[in-house]
Each structure stands twice: as C-alpha cells, then as structure tokens.
Design a binder for this molecule. Structure first.
Ligand code: ADP
Ligand code: MG
Length: 460
C-alpha cells in the first residue's frame, strides 16, 4: 500500500467525516456518525468502531455504502469496510442528541437545516429532496402522484399513504418532498419525519428513562407523522404495540400518516395481523425498479442542475450499465464529476470506463443469465433444459420468453449473446420475446405481477 502514513489517514478520516456531516446534516451526524472511530486499515479494509451492537447494525444499514464510497474517494487502496462493536468507545458518546423536527411553528425556517431544539424528535430534511427534483417515469408515477396529493391537498386524503419499493428507488426522497411541500403550504401543521429505527430508539429511551408519557404526547400531537423504513419496526413487540396505538390515535383524530417500507404491508415480516391490515387501509403505492428511460432522465436532470458538462453518450452508457438503483447511479455520476474536476480533463466514454471500472464490474456481476433461467424455470415449474430446448409448446415457450426478457432487462448482454444462451437462438427471437412480454405485461395483470416478482427476486 502506498502513502498511507498515520497522518495521511487521520486527515482522510477527517475529510470523510466532514463530507458525512455535510451530506447527512448536523443532527444525523451528531447522533450516529460522530461516535464512529477509525480503528485500523489493513489490506484494503477499513475497520470502524461503534459503541453498541444496535448502532453497528444501524450505521451499517444507513451509512455503510456511503462510508465506503467516501473512503474510496479518499484512498484508492481501500476496497472494503467493516463496522464493528468496540466497547472501548465510551457509550455516552452514542446517545443521540435531540434533533430537529419539521415544525413550521418554531422560528427559524430558512434553508431546512435548522438548529436543534431540546424536546424535538425527528430528522432534518434534506434540501435536495423535493418534488421538483424528482424525475418521474412509468416505474414511479403512481407513488409520485400519491405523494403529491397527500402533500398538496391540505385535508387528509389517503390514510395512511404507504410507499414501498427496493433500496435506492426514491422512497426517502418522496417522503422528504412531502414534508417540504406541506411545510411550505401550511407552516402551521406540525410534521414529524423519522426512521423506524429512530422511533424505536426513542421509545426504548423513553422506557429506560421512564418518560413514556411525554414520548406519547410528542407523537400524538402531530398533524403529520412520517415513518421511513418501517420494516425495521417489525418483530420488536413493544415498539410495534406503541406504534399501533399512536397510529390509531392519529387516524382517529384525522391526522395524516405516511409510511415507507421495502415491502408491501402483505409481505412485511414480523408484523402483527391487525397492524398489517391497518397499514393497507389507505393507499399503497409502490416504486418499481427503474427503467433505462428513467435512469437517463435522472442523470440528465442532475447534470442540468449541476450545470456539468457530460456528453450524452456517457449518460446513456451509465443509464444502460448501472441498473441496480438510483443511489448507485448518482454515486457513479458524482465520482465522474469529482474525477473531471480534479484532473481537469473532459469526461469521455473511455475515462468513464476507467474511473468506474469497479462499479461497472459489480453491476455486470449482479445477475447472470444462468441464474435467470434457473429462477424462471423454478417459478413456472418447468425443467431448466427447456430454456434451451427447441420445444415451442406455450407451457415452455412463455417462461422462456420471460427469461429472455429478464435477461435483457437485468444484464448488460446483447440480444445475440442472450440468444446464444437460449439454445443458440437468433437475436430476432429474443427481440420478439421482449416485445411479447412487454405487451402481455400491459394486458394481463397477473402475468405482470409474476414478472415483477421474478425481477425482484433476482435483483435482491
Ligand atoms: P430509498 O429511500 O428508496 O432507498 P432514496 O429516496 O434515498 O431511496 O433515493 C436514493 C437517491 O436517489 C437519492 O439521492 C434520491 O434523491 C435519488 N432518486 C431516487 N429516485 C429519484 C428520482 N425519481 N428522481 C431523482 N432522484 C431520485
Ligand atoms: Mg430510504
């Protein structure tokens, strides 16, 4: 490893922390990121210590990916990150300080990063995450429309609004956007936005300090309660119970509730039946995996906003290659822009491939045609060999078409390459399969659901 002296590393760590602070805001930084300690870097792996197991899981979930990206930006020798519980770190440092709440009644609404006040619960809102900055397309238009309706209508419409979808597809973005819009339109409405973990954390803290009364009061006096990443509440019985009561109290008083999760209410695990059914009472809207068009649109809008100079070919390349989620897509673009500004050379297709080689490889590796064939065959209960057989009976031809379609969507393989993997078929056969599946998805809801399910399984 080169140039990794002690001084160098602490300077890098300092910069990483600085960027985390800028990106996540003062409150999140103080609660979760400040207590992190750099333990050691060895063989390309950074090890970061946190004071408790709970924090370890939380930090890993929420910030792990970004932490690694930031480290990599600082130091090319780094390839991996590990977060470990380190009891040597004083626990007190981990107690989150009170953080800001989106409450327009309090003074000082300026740029969204407001000073914390002592009795507040909730997370700061990110100024970038507005409706204006949200690019819409087929995969997210329903969720977007629902979010807007809830934010703009003033009265309670769907209660709760339940948004769900995979990682990095825009759930948090829409939630912040709702909060911003309501705050702008009706500054008198009191909003609490927080993650389910934070809810849990606050509740456990209240129990510990025997202060559940003010905990309840705080939550039950809001006009809009927004809980992000609800799936984390599952299983924790007392927290779920408390949430259930809060939920009912708010609905009874005609207050708006917005919830996001990675799965639909029906698919959430470890949720009590009565809670599950309540979650589905309002409107359930999902964010589908992105399409090429949407990814391209997001990149274009971002480049425009930043007034950056990136050739259209490069954006198309990225939209084509980085299919996992929007967060990665943005990360790739940011890295590219950072590179260009540091090196002072224009971005080209070649430099893009060079700068992003690891990311591009990871995206290629994500799912193979073999995996797709196997999953699809299992799903439709046919033999794997039928994927490459010449049989044209509907019972095998349709699943084969679905597999070809998914291969086109989920891998970066070309039509001829895909054809070859399906018993040496011609690229026009693959093209036909893709069209056929698209057509059926439009006309047959059950079929569309099947395909969607398979896609999600393969992508997870
Ligand atoms: P989730 O909460 O579903 O995991 P986020 O809302 O955090 O995902 O989105 C990840 C990143 O991608 C954010 O920076 C967000 O602004 C961006 N993003 C996601 N969807 C869109 C979109 N449709 N338009 C613009 N940016 C988007
Ligand atoms: Mg999120």
């Amino acid at each position: 490893m080169t140039s990794m002296g002690e001084e160098n590393l602490s300077a890098q760590w300092l910069r990483v922390r600085g960027r985390l602070r800028a990106e996540y805001g003062e409150a999140a930084y103080r609660s979760w990121l400040k207590p992190l300690t750099l333990l050691v870097i060895d063989d390309g792996r950074v090890r970061i210590g946190v004071p408790t197991d709970f924090m370890r899981d939380w930090v890993e979930n929420q910030y792990g990916g970004r932490l690694l990206d930031l480290w990599r930006d600082e130091n090319r020798a780094i390839s991996d990150l590990e977060i470990v519980t380190n009891t040597a770190v004083p626990r007190r440092a981990a107690e989150p300080a009170a953080v800001a709440v989106a409450d327009g009644r309090r003074a000082g609404v300026s740029d969204g990063r407001r000073a914390a006040t002592v009795d507040d619960i909730g997370a700061t809102l990110d100024t970038r995450l507005t409706f204006d900055n949200f690019v819409t397309g087929k995969p997210n238009e329903l969720a977007f429309a629902a979010a807007r309706r809830v934010a703009e209508s003033g009265a309670v419409t769907f209660n709760p609004l339940f948004l769900y979808g995979g990682v990095g597809l825009g759930k948090t973005h829409l939630m912040h956007a709702i909060a911003w819009q309501i705050r702008k339109q009706s500054p008198e409405r009191r909003i609490i936005y927080l993650s389910a973990e934070k809810f849990m954390y606050e509740f456990i803290r209240a129990l510990r300090f025997k202060d559940t009364v003010s905990f309840k009061d705080q939550f039950r006096s809001v006009d809009v309660l927004m809980i992000d990443d609800f799936q984390f509440i599952s299983g924790k019985d007392s927290t779920q119970e408390e949430f259930f009561h809060t939920f009912n109290a708010l609905v009874d008083q005609n207050r708006q509730i917005v919830i996001s999760a990675d799965k639909s209410p029906n698919d959430l695990e470890g949720i009590e039946e009565r809670m599950r059914s309540r979650l589905g009472w309002g409107l359930v809207a999902d964010l589908h995996p992105t399409t090429y068009e949407l990814r391209l649109g997001i990149l274009q809008s971002k480049v425009e906003r930043l007034k950056a100079d990136v050739p259209g070919k490069v954006l198309e390349f990225l939209a084509h290659k980085i299919t996992s989620n929007v967060r990665e897509l943005e990360g790739a673009l940011n890295r590219l822009l950072a590179y260009a500004s540091l090196i002072g050379r224009p971005i080209t297709l070649e430099s893009t491939q060079e700068v992003l080689h690891d990311l591009l490889r990871a995206n290629d590796r994500r799912v193979t045609i073999e995996e797709i064939q196997k999953r699809v065959a299992e799903h439709f209960n046919i033999k794997l060999a039928e994927m490459s057989s010449a049989r044209r009976a509907r019972a095998v031809a349709r699943p084969r078409q679905v597999a070809m379609y998914l291969a086109k969507q989920l891998t970066a393989r070309s039509l001829p390459e895909i054809g070859r993997k399906f018993g040496g078929r011609d690229h026009t056969t693959v093209m036909h399969a893709v069209r056929k599946v698209e057509e059926l998805r439009g006309s047959d809801a059950a079929f569309a659901e099947d395909v969607e399910l398979l896609r999600r399984m393969l992508e997870s």
